[in-house]
Design a protein around this ligand. Structure first.
Ligand SMILES: [Zn+2]
Length: 92
C-alpha cells in the first residue's frame, strides 16, 4: 500500500476551476500526517473532475515557498509556471 502525507492546500484546477482542497506528498513521513506546502518539496493531486495531474515542485531550499507548478492532462504538459506559496495560499 502506497503511503503519503496530506498537504492542506487549496487551489483551483487550471483546467476546469474545480476547487482542489487536498494534495499528497511522499517527501516527508508518509504516515498520513497533515502538512503544509512549506513542509515538503513536492506535492500533487489529480483533479477528480477533469483528471488533470497538478504538481508543485519546490525551487528554493530549505525554505519551500517558491514552487514550479506543472499541470498535465493526457500525458501532455498544459501548465508550467513558477508560483509562490505563503501561509497555504498561492501569492502569484
Ligand atoms: Zn480539473
Amino acid at each position: 500500500m502506497s503511503m503519503y502525507d496530506i498537504i492542506e492546500f487549496t487551489y483551483n484546477c487550471p483546467h476546469c476551476d474545480y476547487i482542489l482542497t487536498q494534495f499528497q506528498s511522499k517527501d516527508a513521513s508518509r504516515l498520513m500526517l497533515t502538512l503544509e506546502p512549506s513542509d515538503v518539496s513536492n506535492f500533487y493531486t489529480v483533479c477528480p473532475k477533469c483528471k488533470a495531474f497538478i504538481e508543485f515542485n519546490a525551487i528554493e531550499k530549505p525554505i519551500y515557498s517558491k514552487f514550479s507548478l506543472i499541470v498535465s492532462k493526457n500525458g501532455e504538459t498544459t501548465w508550467n509556471k513558477h508560483v509562490t506559496i505563503i501561509g497555504g495560499e498561492v501569492v502569484e
